[in-house]
Design a protein around this ligand. Structure first.
Ligand code: NAP
Length: 242
Protein backbone atom coordinates (compact mmCIF):
# COMPACT_ATOMS: atom_id res chain seq x y z
CA UNK A 1 0.00 0.00 0.00
CA UNK A 2 1.27 3.45 -0.91
CA UNK A 3 0.37 6.76 0.73
CA UNK A 4 1.24 10.25 -0.50
CA UNK A 5 1.23 12.88 2.25
CA UNK A 6 1.56 16.53 1.26
CA UNK A 7 3.52 18.83 3.57
CA UNK A 8 5.03 15.88 5.41
CA UNK A 9 8.42 17.40 6.24
CA UNK A 10 7.21 18.76 9.58
CA UNK A 11 4.34 18.84 12.09
CA UNK A 12 1.13 16.93 11.47
CA UNK A 13 2.25 15.61 8.07
CA UNK A 14 5.45 14.13 9.53
CA UNK A 15 3.46 12.46 12.34
CA UNK A 16 1.13 10.97 9.70
CA UNK A 17 4.15 9.68 7.74
CA UNK A 18 5.52 7.94 10.85
CA UNK A 19 2.10 6.44 11.62
CA UNK A 20 1.58 5.09 8.09
CA UNK A 21 5.12 3.63 7.98
CA UNK A 22 4.51 1.85 11.30
CA UNK A 23 1.30 0.46 9.80
CA UNK A 24 3.32 -0.95 6.88
CA UNK A 25 2.55 1.58 4.14
CA UNK A 26 5.14 2.75 1.63
CA UNK A 27 5.25 6.51 2.12
CA UNK A 28 5.83 9.43 -0.26
CA UNK A 29 6.84 12.45 1.80
CA UNK A 30 6.04 15.66 -0.06
CA UNK A 31 7.82 18.84 1.01
CA UNK A 32 8.29 22.29 -0.40
CA UNK A 33 11.24 23.99 1.32
CA UNK A 34 12.35 21.69 4.16
CA UNK A 35 14.51 19.30 2.12
CA UNK A 36 16.80 18.24 4.98
CA UNK A 37 13.90 17.45 7.29
CA UNK A 38 12.14 15.47 4.59
CA UNK A 39 15.27 13.45 3.76
CA UNK A 40 15.92 12.71 7.46
CA UNK A 41 12.32 11.58 7.89
CA UNK A 42 12.58 9.28 4.87
CA UNK A 43 15.67 7.61 6.36
CA UNK A 44 13.75 7.11 9.61
CA UNK A 45 10.73 5.62 7.77
CA UNK A 46 12.95 3.20 5.83
CA UNK A 47 14.14 1.82 9.16
CA UNK A 48 10.55 0.59 9.64
CA UNK A 49 11.14 -1.68 6.62
CA UNK A 50 8.95 0.23 4.17
CA UNK A 51 9.79 2.13 1.01
CA UNK A 52 9.90 5.89 1.46
CA UNK A 53 10.55 8.75 -0.94
CA UNK A 54 11.01 12.48 -0.38
CA UNK A 55 9.39 14.39 -3.23
CA UNK A 56 9.70 18.15 -3.61
CA UNK A 57 6.72 20.02 -5.02
CA UNK A 58 4.95 23.26 -4.31
CA UNK A 59 1.43 21.89 -4.15
CA UNK A 60 -0.08 25.28 -4.99
CA UNK A 61 1.22 24.70 -8.54
CA UNK A 62 -0.77 22.23 -10.62
CA UNK A 63 2.15 21.30 -12.94
CA UNK A 64 4.37 20.47 -9.93
CA UNK A 65 1.56 18.36 -8.46
CA UNK A 66 1.21 16.39 -11.71
CA UNK A 67 4.98 15.78 -11.82
CA UNK A 68 5.00 14.73 -8.13
CA UNK A 69 2.22 12.16 -8.63
CA UNK A 70 3.94 10.72 -11.72
CA UNK A 71 7.24 10.40 -9.82
CA UNK A 72 5.59 8.66 -6.86
CA UNK A 73 3.85 6.20 -9.21
CA UNK A 74 7.14 5.48 -11.00
CA UNK A 75 9.28 5.10 -7.89
CA UNK A 76 6.89 3.60 -5.30
CA UNK A 77 3.71 2.55 -7.07
CA UNK A 78 0.06 3.52 -7.43
CA UNK A 79 -1.15 5.87 -4.72
CA UNK A 80 -3.89 4.19 -2.69
CA UNK A 81 -4.12 6.82 0.04
CA UNK A 82 -3.72 10.58 -0.42
CA UNK A 83 -3.44 12.84 2.63
CA UNK A 84 -3.86 16.51 1.70
CA UNK A 85 -2.10 18.10 4.66
CA UNK A 86 0.13 20.93 3.33
CA UNK A 87 -1.04 24.29 4.54
CA UNK A 88 -0.11 27.76 5.71
CA UNK A 89 -1.72 30.19 8.14
CA UNK A 90 -1.87 33.97 8.10
CA UNK A 91 -3.06 36.38 10.79
CA UNK A 92 -4.35 39.90 10.34
CA UNK A 93 -7.31 42.02 9.46
CA UNK A 94 -9.05 41.21 6.20
CA UNK A 95 -8.74 44.87 5.21
CA UNK A 96 -4.93 44.62 5.48
CA UNK A 97 -4.68 41.60 3.19
CA UNK A 98 -3.32 42.06 -0.31
CA UNK A 99 -4.55 40.24 -3.41
CA UNK A 100 -1.29 38.25 -3.26
CA UNK A 101 -1.93 37.22 0.39
CA UNK A 102 -5.41 35.97 -0.54
CA UNK A 103 -4.13 34.12 -3.59
CA UNK A 104 -1.24 32.50 -1.72
CA UNK A 105 -3.59 31.30 1.02
CA UNK A 106 -6.29 29.91 -1.24
CA UNK A 107 -3.78 28.40 -3.70
CA UNK A 108 -1.82 26.66 -0.94
CA UNK A 109 -4.67 25.48 1.28
CA UNK A 110 -7.50 24.84 -1.19
CA UNK A 111 -6.38 24.72 -4.83
CA UNK A 112 -3.67 22.25 -3.78
CA UNK A 113 -6.35 19.84 -2.58
CA UNK A 114 -8.12 20.11 -5.93
CA UNK A 115 -4.86 19.59 -7.87
CA UNK A 116 -3.81 16.55 -5.80
CA UNK A 117 -7.24 14.90 -5.87
CA UNK A 118 -7.50 15.42 -9.63
CA UNK A 119 -4.07 13.89 -10.17
CA UNK A 120 -4.62 10.72 -8.11
CA UNK A 121 -8.29 9.98 -8.80
CA UNK A 122 -8.15 8.45 -12.30
CA UNK A 123 -6.01 5.53 -11.04
CA UNK A 124 -8.13 5.14 -7.88
CA UNK A 125 -11.32 5.06 -9.94
CA UNK A 126 -9.83 2.52 -12.36
CA UNK A 127 -8.85 0.32 -9.40
CA UNK A 128 -12.25 0.96 -7.71
CA UNK A 129 -10.19 1.50 -4.57
CA UNK A 130 -8.70 4.50 -2.83
CA UNK A 131 -8.93 6.83 0.13
CA UNK A 132 -8.45 10.58 0.41
CA UNK A 133 -8.11 12.31 3.78
CA UNK A 134 -8.03 16.11 3.78
CA UNK A 135 -6.78 18.18 6.70
CA UNK A 136 -9.28 20.96 7.38
CA UNK A 137 -9.45 23.07 10.57
CA UNK A 138 -12.00 23.94 13.23
CA UNK A 139 -11.77 27.50 11.85
CA UNK A 140 -13.18 26.18 8.60
CA UNK A 141 -16.17 24.96 10.61
CA UNK A 142 -16.86 28.08 12.69
CA UNK A 143 -14.59 30.89 11.39
CA UNK A 144 -11.83 32.76 13.23
CA UNK A 145 -11.46 36.51 13.55
CA UNK A 146 -8.25 37.76 11.88
CA UNK A 147 -8.02 34.47 9.99
CA UNK A 148 -10.75 35.07 7.41
CA UNK A 149 -8.75 33.84 4.42
CA UNK A 150 -7.52 30.78 6.33
CA UNK A 151 -11.07 30.03 7.54
CA UNK A 152 -12.42 30.44 4.00
CA UNK A 153 -9.78 28.12 2.56
CA UNK A 154 -10.54 25.43 5.15
CA UNK A 155 -14.32 25.85 4.71
CA UNK A 156 -13.59 25.23 1.03
CA UNK A 157 -11.73 22.03 1.92
CA UNK A 158 -14.77 20.88 3.91
CA UNK A 159 -17.13 21.60 1.00
CA UNK A 160 -14.83 19.88 -1.47
CA UNK A 161 -14.57 16.84 0.82
CA UNK A 162 -18.35 16.42 1.04
CA UNK A 163 -19.03 16.99 -2.66
CA UNK A 164 -16.19 14.76 -3.86
CA UNK A 165 -17.27 11.97 -1.51
CA UNK A 166 -20.66 11.93 -3.26
CA UNK A 167 -19.03 12.05 -6.70
CA UNK A 168 -16.52 9.23 -6.28
CA UNK A 169 -18.25 7.01 -3.69
CA UNK A 170 -19.85 4.92 -6.47
CA UNK A 171 -16.32 4.43 -7.87
CA UNK A 172 -15.09 2.85 -4.64
CA UNK A 173 -13.18 5.88 -3.36
CA UNK A 174 -13.76 7.32 0.12
CA UNK A 175 -13.11 11.01 0.89
CA UNK A 176 -13.10 12.39 4.45
CA UNK A 177 -11.49 15.21 6.38
CA UNK A 178 -9.91 15.56 9.79
CA UNK A 179 -10.59 18.96 11.32
CA UNK A 180 -7.95 19.72 13.96
CA UNK A 181 -8.22 22.14 16.85
CA UNK A 182 -5.08 23.75 18.25
CA UNK A 183 -2.09 21.48 17.63
CA UNK A 184 1.40 22.33 18.84
CA UNK A 185 3.50 22.60 15.67
CA UNK A 186 5.59 25.30 13.98
CA UNK A 187 2.27 26.80 12.85
CA UNK A 188 1.71 27.87 16.47
CA UNK A 189 5.20 29.39 16.84
CA UNK A 190 3.96 32.98 16.65
CA UNK A 191 1.66 32.46 19.67
CA UNK A 192 2.92 33.68 23.06
CA UNK A 193 2.85 31.47 26.16
CA UNK A 194 -0.12 33.52 27.40
CA UNK A 195 -1.99 32.93 24.11
CA UNK A 196 -1.32 29.20 24.36
CA UNK A 197 -2.48 29.12 27.99
CA UNK A 198 -5.67 30.96 27.03
CA UNK A 199 -6.37 28.50 24.22
CA UNK A 200 -5.87 25.62 26.66
CA UNK A 201 -8.35 27.25 29.06
CA UNK A 202 -10.94 27.46 26.29
CA UNK A 203 -10.57 23.73 25.53
CA UNK A 204 -12.90 21.42 27.52
CA UNK A 205 -10.22 18.71 27.75
CA UNK A 206 -7.80 21.40 29.05
CA UNK A 207 -4.99 20.31 26.77
CA UNK A 208 -3.82 21.14 23.27
CA UNK A 209 -3.39 18.57 20.53
CA UNK A 210 -0.24 16.81 19.41
CA UNK A 211 0.54 15.97 15.78
CA UNK A 212 0.10 12.30 16.78
CA UNK A 213 -3.49 13.00 17.92
CA UNK A 214 -4.30 14.13 14.38
CA UNK A 215 -2.31 11.34 12.74
CA UNK A 216 -4.32 8.77 14.71
CA UNK A 217 -7.56 10.08 13.23
CA UNK A 218 -6.08 10.18 9.72
CA UNK A 219 -4.88 6.58 10.00
CA UNK A 220 -8.30 5.47 11.22
CA UNK A 221 -10.08 7.13 8.28
CA UNK A 222 -7.59 5.59 5.85
CA UNK A 223 -8.05 2.12 7.32
CA UNK A 224 -10.63 -0.53 6.58
CA UNK A 225 -12.17 0.15 10.00
CA UNK A 226 -13.63 3.23 8.29
CA UNK A 227 -14.86 1.34 5.22
CA UNK A 228 -18.45 2.65 5.70
CA UNK A 229 -17.38 6.26 6.39
CA UNK A 230 -17.23 8.85 3.63
CA UNK A 231 -17.93 12.57 3.29
CA UNK A 232 -17.38 13.12 7.00
CA UNK A 233 -15.49 15.83 8.86
CA UNK A 234 -13.91 14.28 11.95
CA UNK A 235 -13.24 17.03 14.50
CA UNK A 236 -10.19 16.39 16.69
CA UNK A 237 -10.09 19.45 18.90
CA UNK A 238 -10.37 18.56 22.60
CA UNK A 239 -13.96 19.80 22.53
CA UNK A 240 -13.12 23.40 21.62
CA UNK A 241 -15.71 23.34 18.83
CA UNK A 242 -18.69 21.09 19.36
P1 NAP B 1 3.51 23.21 9.90
O1 NAP B 1 4.17 22.56 11.07
O2 NAP B 1 3.68 24.67 9.66
O3 NAP B 1 3.91 22.37 8.58
C1 NAP B 1 3.39 22.77 7.35
C2 NAP B 1 3.79 21.75 6.30
O4 NAP B 1 3.17 22.15 5.05
C3 NAP B 1 5.29 21.72 6.07
O5 NAP B 1 5.68 20.38 5.88
C4 NAP B 1 5.46 22.53 4.78
O6 NAP B 1 6.54 22.08 3.97
C5 NAP B 1 4.18 22.20 4.07
N1 NAP B 1 3.83 23.19 3.04
C6 NAP B 1 3.49 24.49 3.19
N2 NAP B 1 3.29 25.06 2.00
C7 NAP B 1 3.51 24.09 1.07
C8 NAP B 1 3.47 24.07 -0.34
N3 NAP B 1 3.14 25.15 -1.06
N4 NAP B 1 3.76 22.90 -0.98
C9 NAP B 1 4.09 21.80 -0.28
N5 NAP B 1 4.16 21.75 1.07
C10 NAP B 1 3.88 22.90 1.72
O7 NAP B 1 1.92 23.01 9.96
P2 NAP B 1 1.01 21.93 10.72
O8 NAP B 1 0.56 22.56 11.98
O9 NAP B 1 1.65 20.59 10.74
O10 NAP B 1 -0.25 21.94 9.73
C11 NAP B 1 -0.55 20.89 8.84
C12 NAP B 1 -1.98 21.07 8.37
O11 NAP B 1 -2.86 21.07 9.51
C13 NAP B 1 -2.23 22.39 7.65
O12 NAP B 1 -3.12 22.19 6.57
C14 NAP B 1 -2.89 23.25 8.72
O13 NAP B 1 -3.71 24.26 8.17
C15 NAP B 1 -3.69 22.20 9.47
N6 NAP B 1 -4.06 22.60 10.82
C16 NAP B 1 -3.10 22.87 11.76
C17 NAP B 1 -3.49 23.27 13.04
C18 NAP B 1 -2.50 23.60 14.12
O14 NAP B 1 -2.94 24.08 15.19
N7 NAP B 1 -1.22 23.32 13.96
C19 NAP B 1 -4.86 23.40 13.33
C20 NAP B 1 -5.79 23.11 12.36
C21 NAP B 1 -5.39 22.71 11.10
P3 NAP B 1 8.02 22.78 3.90
O15 NAP B 1 8.45 23.06 5.31
O16 NAP B 1 8.84 21.70 3.24
O17 NAP B 1 7.90 24.00 3.05
Amino acid sequence: MCVLITGASRGIGAACARGFAKAGYDVAVNYNKSAEKAEALVQELRSCGVRALAVQADVSDSAQVRAMVERVKREIGEIEVLVNNAGISMFGLLTDMTDEDWKRMTDTNLSSVFYCCRAVLPAMIRAHHGVIVNIASMWGEVGASCEAAYSASKAGVIGLTKALAKEVGPSGVRVNAVSPGVVMTDMMASFSEADVAALKDETPLETLGSPEDIAGAVLFLASNKARFITGQILSVNGGMVI
